[in-house]
Ligand binder design. Structure first.
Ligand SMILES: Cc1cc2nc3c(=O)[nH]c(=O)nc-3n(C[C@H](O)[C@H](O)[C@H](O)COP(=O)(O)O)c2cc1C
Ligand code: SF4
Length: 663
């Protein structure tokens, strides 16, 4: 047994298979399909996690039935054409000794008619929680049809080479809608007493087992208590798990957090939630069952956390989803005693579930190879045929990533940073309340650059002349962007400057977060970026420092841009807790002395309010001074990230990696 993380790397039996360790790459919708089939993007994505050492992969769910189609990218349901495409993935991953499981789902009352063009089928016709429409209470014949659809989906999975299926009975999906008296109000043999409410799950598991045979794994994704009065308690869930377990119907229970009922943000919990969020529920399931294995989920993230969960006997397996999205080689690195080399997920949700909610394939803010594994041959950069001297100017996300990957490829890299610390604006973000996980990522970069022998020159301002005489083969300008000090607002595109913006009591979020300026007690924060972190995070930072904070925004909702990463609601909760005032659909006409002239964008009514300081959270301006100075240079020069156009850190990391792979 490897000396590192002994519980994590202890093999365990799961039906006919021996799992080589306890690390599961749990179920998650990646939205990567091509014409609703798993293509190269899926293949590369799962292959990389199989190469990376996970013991079990639960592949993105397929809807069991036409009424359960949820997203545009869902795999073809009820269609054997998927088989060869999945077979390609299972064959490849099996080469790396990984158990391959496929989740099958149906979300009952909460589907999406725009994708399915079907009524949503549910136990009792309760309204959908995903949209304002009603669902259809299934007849008994329809229940039979649906069970058969699940069985056929499992048959397809068996023929695709999967070792088993994961039946989705968590968060308030179809199967647990049958379990819950809130959503199951039937008075036939599918509703009423517990045995009747469990009949759907029992029939499903029994018939899948009968079809697939004794060596096929039948797992189940479940979740904790229903977070509403009269909903299933965790004790009820324990009773259900015990019932299924006693009958030998389920080989593992994977215990997620959150619910469609009113806790969507807990299903993929951001840094606003504590680490190890789900382990107490998992421990309760484990106490309830005698035969099935139990997988803990949610914010386990690191091998050290996982080891703790297992060593305390809270679960048998651990699902690490975002941790292995961010670093597909997490398992191998942990096994080899290289846990420090694991690129940490920062629990931001911005490019994984955040992109999925926008209908794009998922990727990762801190790892641009995610979903590009097939094109980039994985997450490890190949050696360059010709090592070159590379000068990188700027140590923010773009500069860090190009320096790291270029050095990994064997280039000799010098990184020059103006500030005393690396990280650029990302370091400022790390100082916002609860965003400290960004600091872990920056420490990781620091460590990787040291290991790769990148020469890092901090507190060094380099001029165009010095760049010219430096003698690099390649110069990369990753100089980032600067806060804009003109107070431009998108509500007034014809006005280049906010009248009064030059006054001394006006500053930017960068001034505040860097500690360069401490604004007065009563702060008006002008949010012209729809509540993105520079605005909302700084409002929270100021409130925490006991300033009286008012946010004025042309948006219709505070922190609205954070909703897609499941951090909007939790940010608004914090706004309420700190007493942050928000003035919506309003812009600032002028800043006069200590007074803001506010204009409501619907009514055009004006109001004057008094504050001590105005803090600008507006779109940045690229810092392209060096680009301008070197415009006619004969050097091989590239510009990256915000130095080209002020955008998110994700684009900077991506452009850094992409350029490094091309050099
Ligand atoms: C992009 C994304 C999509 C997800 N989709 C599913 C899904 O289809 N089925 C499921 O059971 N869980 C889904 N989840 C939840 C994960 O299985 C897991 O419970 C959650 O990410 C918390 O674990 P983590 O902290 O290890 O990421 C999804 C998570 C993410 C990030
Ligand atoms: S996008 Fe953010 S939360 Fe998602 S895996 Fe990457 S770092 Fe983690």
């Amino acid at each position: 047994m490897p000396p590192h993380f002994p519980h994590l790397f202890a093999p365990i039996s799961l039906r006919q298979r021996t799992l080589k360790n306890r690390i599961v790459f749990g179920a998650h919708t990646t939205d990567m399909s091509y014409e609703r089939l798993p293509g190269d993007r899926h293949f590369g994505y799962y292959r990389e996690r199989a190469r990376g050492g996970a013991a079990m992969i639960v592949v993105e769910p397929v809807p069991a039935h036409r009424t359960g189609r949820l997203i545009r990218g869902n795999f073809l349901h009820e269609d054997d054409r998927v088989i060869p495409h999945f077979r390609r993935i299972t064959d490849e991953c099996h080469r790396h000794d990984v158990a391959m499981i496929h989740q099958i789902y149906h979300t009952g009352a909460h589907a999406d008619q725009d994708n399915s063009w079907e009524p949503y089928w549910s136990p009792s016709g309760m309204p959908s929680l995903g949209d304002p429409w009603g669902s259809h209470a299934m007849t008994e014949a329809e229940i039979e049809e649906l069970i058969e659809a699940f069985v056929q989906a499992a048959r397809r999975d068996k023929e695709s080479g999967f070792d088993g299926v994961d039946l989705f009975a968590g968060y308030g999906a179809l199967i647990d809608q049958f379990w819950s008296p809130i959503s199951n109000r039937r008075d036939d043999r599918w509703g009423g007493g517990l045995e009747n409410r469990l009949r759907f799950a029992v029939e499903l598991c029994t018939r899948v087992r009968k079809m697939a045979g004794e060596d096929f794994i039948v797992g189940m994704t479940v979740s904790g208590a229903e977070p509403v009065p009269g909903g299933l308690s965790i004790e009820d869930k324990q009773e259900i798990a015990a019932y299924l377990d006693q009958r030998g119907l389920v080989d593992y229970f994977s215990v997620g957090t959150g619910s469609y009922l009113n806790q969507l943000m807990k299903i993929v919990p951001s840094f606003h939630f504590p680490m190890l969020l789900g382990i107490e529920d998992a421990a309760k399931y484990k106490r309830a069952v005698k035969n099935a294995l139990v997988t803990a989920e949610a914010r386990i993230k690191t091998p050290a956390n996982a080891e703790m969960v297992l060593s305390e006997g809270k679960s048998d397996l651990v699902s690490i989803v975002r941790g292995q999205i961010a670093d597909p080689h997490l398992a191998n690195k942990a096994r080899e005693g290289r846990a420090d080399d694991i690129r940490p997920c920062i629990s931001c949700n911005q490019l994984c579930i955040g992109r999925r909610f926008r209908g794009y394939w998922i990727s990762c803010l801190v790892n641009p190879s995610v979903a590009r594994e097939h094109d980039w041959d994985g997450d490890v950069a190949p050696r360059a045929s010709l090592p070159r001297n590379i000068l990188v100017v700027g140590g923010g996300p773009a500069g860090l990533e190009i320096a790291r990957v270029a050095a990994e490829r064997g280039h000799r890299v010098t990184l020059v940073e103006r500030d005393a610390e690396l990280g650029g604006q990302f370091r400022l973000a790390a100082g916002q309340p609860e965003r400290g996980e960004i600091g872990q990522l920056l420490s990781w970069y620091q460590g990787q650059l040291e290991k790769l022998q990148v020469r890092v020159m901090k507190q060094t301002q380099i001029s165009a002349d010095q760049i010219t005489s430096f003698g690099a083969d390649v110069t990369v300008l990753a100089t980032g962007s600067m806060p804009s000090r003109h107070g431009f607002q998108r509500a007034f595109p014809h006005l280049p400057r906010l009248p009064g913006v030059e006054q001394e009591n006006v500053c930017t979020v960068h001034d505040v977060l860097s500690g360069r300026i401490v604004p007065g007690h009563r702060v008006l924060l002008l949010d012209d970026i729809n509540g993105w972190w520079p605005a909302s995070g700084t409002a929270l930072h100021l409130a925490q420092q006991r300033h009286l904070v008012t946010v004025v925004t042309s948006a219709e909702k505070p922190a609205g841009a954070l909703d897609l990463s499941l951090t909007g609601e939790t940010t608004r909760e914090r706004f309420a807790k700190f007493g942050i005032e928000v003035i919506l659909t309003t812009a600032v006409r002028a800043w006069e002395g200590n007074k803001a002239r506010l204009v409501h964008l619907y009514t055009q009514e004006e109001e004057e309010r008094e504050f001590d300081s105005l803090v600008l959270a507006t779109t940045n301006t690229p810092d392209n001074t060096l680009q301008e100075a070197l415009r006619d240079s004969k050097l091989e020069i590239y510009s990256l990230g915000d130095a080209v156009a002020a955008r998110t850190a994700a684009m900077a990391f991506y452009e850094g990696r992409k350029l490094a792979l091309s050099l």
